[in-house]
Design a protein around this ligand. Structure first.
Ligand SMILES: *[C@@H]1O[C@H](CO)[C@@H](O)[C@H](O)[C@H]1NC(C)=O
Ligand SMILES: *[C@@H]1O[C@H](CO)[C@@H](O)[C@H](O)[C@H]1NC(C)=O
Ligand SMILES: *[C@@H]1O[C@H](CO)[C@@H](O)[C@H](O)[C@H]1NC(C)=O
Length: 410
């Protein structure tokens, strides 16, 4: 064979080998990418943060065998709403429900918020909780933890807040802004108030007589100013969108308005929620300072067994649920009393996917804690299987918040 030909054949062979190597590497890369554990999300998506190193959202509760005091604060903290004070109210497991720690899958125990460190780290900072009574529960937990370090506080109501405290030595302000739907709503009884036109307009012709006007693009005034006041905001909404006892579909339906006009054809509440979330996320992005930090807390689960709250449902458990029980009670397919939580989360995830909000995913850890509601000691005619005992699981929500904030600083 002439040398030129051998050379050409050699080159061809080498080219062939190179392509083969390239193909095999590509194949291996794809294999690696699809088999990668899900707990390592794309770093570029801040909504998935802080799961960089550890996915705190999934895991299990393990017994806390430590001999340290399990009480992070006691029943004398004045910020505990009466019905949530399980120890003072004599709930059977009011103390033993504290003997559990959250163990995220594949990581160490979720560290406990160190109140002293928290105060030091967040000097000259304003932190606002915006949402329904479940966010107040979380706010009260944080106030009680921090008050254990310093009782020097000024009680006041900054920026439309329902309640608030400044920890004077640290100039750290915490406040709770009460809002059920995030957006403004009001009961409308008189027909001609629905719309400007004297004959009543399209809603009347559709048969609406009274109900709640919900303006999906107007923030509740209890928190509209909180966006410019606070450095850190923690939002929630959910329970009130699934509350037929308040927003009865027939007697007092939610009627959605946008730009001051009724939305025709009328929307159902889940569709109204999507629209309200979209508008409120846009509003907060515009109104908050660029380095402000926004969290959205996922939905808190309820644990009514044997009926809903108004059907004699109760939650008389002394221990967290097993994974099997959680699966059964909350599976959307089973359509049980408490599935609301996962339905709400589906809407939240859709709205937050493209946003710069950080998701505080407390749902799954809380789904186990059927043992930690005030139950019959809530001081109501019915069992309270919705709010949480204080001290209790919402302390762990704040551990999660603190872990998130600490990861940002470093
Ligand atoms: C929250 O975390 C749980 C457990 O990892 C997960 O199944 C769920 O999809 C998450 N929910 C949201 C709204 O991110
Ligand atoms: C206290 O903190 C707020 C919020 O960061 C800040 O605006 C204010 O100047 C601080 N006050 C003092 C005396 O440092
Ligand atoms: C779920 O259950 C409720 C009553 O508890 C019922 O009204 C509703 O139609 C059910 N939904 C589905 C999808 O089966």
């Amino acid at each position: 064979m002439p040398p030129a030909k051998t050379l050409a054949a050699g080159l061809r062979r080498r080219k062939y080998l190179a392509s083969l190597v390239l193909l095999v590497s590509l194949f291996l890369l794809i294999l690696f990418l699809i088999s990668r554990p899900r707990s390592i999300p794309a770093l570029s998506n801040p909504a998935l943060w802080p799961q960089r190193t550890c996915d705190y959202a999934g895991g299990r509760w393990v017994p806390d065998a430590s001999t340290d005091s399990h009480l992070r604060y006691d029943h004398t903290c004045k910020e505990i709403f009466k019905g949530w004070n399980c120890i003072a109210n004599g709930k059977r497991n009011g103390r033993s429900l504290l003997h559990w720690r959250w163990k995220p899958a594949g990581c160490e125990l979720l560290p406990r918020l160190d109140p002293h460190q928290f105060l030091e780290r967040h000097m000259n900072t304003n932190i606002g909780f915006v949402g329904d009574s479940l966010n107040r529960n979380m706010f009260a937990s944080l106030v009680c933890m921090l008050r254990g370090v310093t009782g020097e506080v000024r009680k006041w109501r900054p920026a439309g807040a329902d309640r608030g405290f400044t920890f004077l030595r640290y100039n750290l302000t915490l406040s709770y802004h009460r809002t059920n739907l995030l957006v403004r709503y009001a009961f409308i009884k008189v027909i001609c108030k629905w719309s400007a036109s004297p004959d009543g307009g399209p809603l009347e012709s559709l048969g609406y007589k009274q109900g709640y006007r919900v303006d999906v693009d107007i923030p509740d005034q209890t928190w509209a100013d909180a966006t410019s006041f606070h450095d850190i905001l923690i939002f929630n909404t959910g329970h009130w969108w699934w509350a037929p006892s308040k927003f009865d579909p027939i007697q007092s339906p939610m009627v959605f308005f946008e730009k001051g006009m009724p939305i025709i054809p009328p929307l159902l509440p889940p569709e109204g929620l999507d629209l309200a979330l979209k508008h409120m996320i846009t509003f907060v992005n515009k109104a908050m300072r660029p380095n402000g930090m926004k969290f959205f807390r996922t939905q808190s689960p309820r644990h009514f067994e044997g009926g809903d709250w108004n059907e004699g449902g109760s939650c008389q458990r002394d221990q967290p649920l097993s994974s099997e029980e959680v699966k059964e009670i909350f599976s959307v397919d089973n359509n049980g009393t408490n599935t609301e939580v996962r339905l709400v989360n589906q809407h939240l995830m859709k709205a937050l996917e493209q946003s710069t909000f950080r998701v505080l995913n407390i749902t799954h850890m809380s789904e186990f804690r059927a043992d930690a509601h005030p139950s019959t000691t809530g001081g109501k005619k019915h069992d309270d299987c919705m709010h949480w005992c204080l001290p209790g699981p919402t302390d762990t929500w704040n551990d999660l918040l603190a872990a998130n904030l600490a990861a940002t600083d470093s």
